[in-house]
Design a protein around this ligand. Structure first.
Ligand code: DMJ
Length: 580
């Protein structure tokens, strides 16, 4: 009994030893061949794992490339289908059709660029504000409102990227949430989010977009509750408390305060509720009370008194779109009496603009100066390159043909300068701003390029309004420079320096909203978003012009619905000619 106990105990001990001896280094030191075997085993396992990992990475890459290819083929198929289905029916409207095969090809190339930008966003930053293509992730730079998603909606629609549009539409319906404890810029949120949603509503007739636009606009509205009616520029989306940035010394910014008129007027027209329109129209009438003869307003204004403080006058950053909207509200209001004061203010401002215009030496580039007090500074932002387009659009509103001609040629001269902002750099992409020096024309100041649209925007207007194909060619050159410098495998990035081509890590949402849309429209038939039926907001979101209702009739405005067929048909016809 005692013996057997001893045996059991010994065997148990032995067994225990049997498992754990392999973890004892001494065991292997005494057995070098086992050690070698172990090492070899370790090596093979790691190699197999590593190989599998890189295999699956290659595989993923391959799959994503194939996915893009499938999408491209789907687009082609869509085009071919429309040839078959519409061949019989469209003979009577052939004039709408894209006649130029080069245009048609370029249009497809821009559409493909949009697809690349969009699928990159979809893959790495879905639902977030902006894609960071280098790090392949997203960033919420606007409070997490899906800025790129909303900015891209109407571009997807116009280009006929239906599946992508539908998927984004589902995100808007199910995941877009504005209840954020975030101090939003009322300007950025209006032009991108309110504008993007309203445009999608006007194009598709889908009510979800109008509901969402109303939701966010209601959260922005308290920003206008100031002593003067000039709004505070930031507002908390959840709590509704508004304020101005401390860096502006408590003042409001001109562009930030005067670039909501189109969106909020459109919202009043579409909802029948006048409160949006009232807030934004008051801003203009308040500014009109002390409007200077030259129509030039400094960029800082007091929200208490509506008086401008001593600050820069510019058609670039912080001034720009205030002037743009004076003209566009007049167009949006069907140029009727109720919006005449907008046109009057705009014409004054354009005389002011002329007083800032100079020519460089030796090459005689026309440029717009900035003004500080009484002195002009020879500096122009690329942002100010929206001005040629605005001038061209407004030129046709002068009764006096001499005035019309004067402003159209000014527009054309400025467009040449802006095109040279691009042409003169090694990358053929423009810097952020330029300095003009007598004897040596111009030189790049701040040297980054963040995929901005202003120059191609102006080329689009000039092409539409003059029919001069040179503007298309300039736009195409700029597009190719973006393709060459800014396109990477996972999206489009800006450049830190247009001289060296060093890339940054951001795909700005306005690249999809504006740059690619204007480029696409530069090569589309002029019947796609015709300028006498639509007004582009400053983020390139087209809003449909509807009969200008006075306050009493606002409720009856239902004109902007079921627009889908019109656009779709035109889209199809383009495809048809592409394949001819
Ligand atoms: C856009 O958000 C708008 O075009 C705005 O008017 C100016 N800045 C960017 C594009 O550069």
């Amino acid at each position: 009994m005692a013996r057997s106990k001893a045996v059991v105990s010994s065997s148990h001990h032995h067994h225990h030893h049997g498992i754990w001896k392999y973890f004892n280094p001494a065991y292997y030191l005494r057995r070098p061949r086992r050690l070698a075997l172990l090492f070899f085993l370790f090596l093979s396992v790691s190699m197999v794992l590593w190989d599998r990992h890189s295999l699956s990475r290659d595989y993923q890459l391959e799959v994503s490339k194939l996915n893009e290819e499938v999408l491209r083929l789907q687009l082609l198929l869509e085009d071919v289908k429309s040839v078959v289905s519409e061949d019989v029916s469209v003979n009577s409207t052939l004039k709408d059709v894209q006649e130029d095969p080069v245009d048609a090809q370029r249009m497809q190339r821009v559409k493909e660029a949009m697809l690349h930008a969009w699928s990159s966003y979809e893959k790495y930053a879905w639902g977030q504000d902006e894609l960071q293509p280098q790090t392949k992730d997203g960033v919420d730079s606007f409070g997490g409102l899906g800025a790129t998603m909303i900015d891209a909606l109407d571009t997807l629609y116009i280009m006929g990227l239906d599946e992508q549009f539908q998927k984004a539409r589902e995100w808007v319906a199910t995941s877009l949430d504005f209840d954020k404890d975030y101090d939003a810029s009322m300007f950025e949120t209006t032009i991108r989010v309110v504008g993007g949603l309203l445009s999608s509503y006007d194009l598709s007739g889908d009510k979800i977009f109008l509901d969402k636009a109303k939701d966010i606009a209601d959260r922005l509205l308290p920003a206008w509750d100031t002593p003067s009616g000039i709004p505070y520029n930031f507002i908390n989306l959840r709590h509704g408390n508004a304020h101005n940035p401390t860096w502006a010394g408590g003042d409001s910014i001109l562009a930030d305060s005067g670039t909501e008129q189109l969106e909020f007027i459109a919202l009043s027209q579409r909802t029948g509720d006048p409160k949006y329109q009232q807030k934004v129209e008051k801003v203009i009438s308040v500014l009109n009370k002390n409007f200077p003869d030259d129509g030039l307003v400094p960029i800082y204004i007091s929200p208490e008194t509506a008086n401008p403080s001593h600050s820069t006058i510019t058609f670039g950053a912080m001034g720009d779109s205030f002037y743009e909207y004076l003209l566009k509200v007049w167009v949006f209001g069907s140029k009727t009496l109720s919006v005449k004061h907008y046109r009057d203010m705009w014409e004054k401002s354009m005389n002011g603009l002329v007083s800032l215009v100079k020519k460089s030496t030796p090459s005689s580039f026309t440029y717009i100066c900035e003004k500080n007090g009484n002195s002009l500074s020879d500096k122009m932002d690329e942002l100010a390159c929206f001005a040629p387009g605005m001038l061209a659009l407004g030129a046709f509103g002068y009764d006096d043909p001499a005035e019309a001609k004067k402003f159209l040629s000014l527009a054309e001269e400025l467009a040449w300068t802006c095109y040279n902002f691009y042409e003169l750099t090694p990358t053929k992409l423009a810097g952020e701003n330029y300095f003009f020096n007598s004897g040596s024309d111009m030189s790049v100041g701040t040297s980054w390029n963040i995929l901005r649209p202003e120059t191609v925007e102006s080329l689009f207007y000039l092409w539409r309004l003059t029919g001069n194909k040179t503007y298309q060619d300039w736009g195409w050159n700029i597009f190719e420079a973006f393709e060459k410098n800014s396109r990477i495998e996972s999206g489009y990035v800006g450049l830190k320096d247009v001289n060296t081509g060093v890339k940054d890590n951001k795909m700005q949402s306005f690249f999809l909203a504006e740059t690619l849309k204007y480029l696409y429209l530069l090569f589309s038939p002029t019947t796609v978003i015709p300028l006498d039926e639509w007004v582009f907001n400053t983020e390139a979101h087209p809003l449909k012009i509807v009969p200008w209702n006075d306050q009493v009739n606002l409720g009856q405005s239902t004109a902007v619905q079921q627009r889908k067929p019109t656009i779709r048909l035109r889209q199809r016809r383009i495809g048809r000619m592409t394949n001819k």
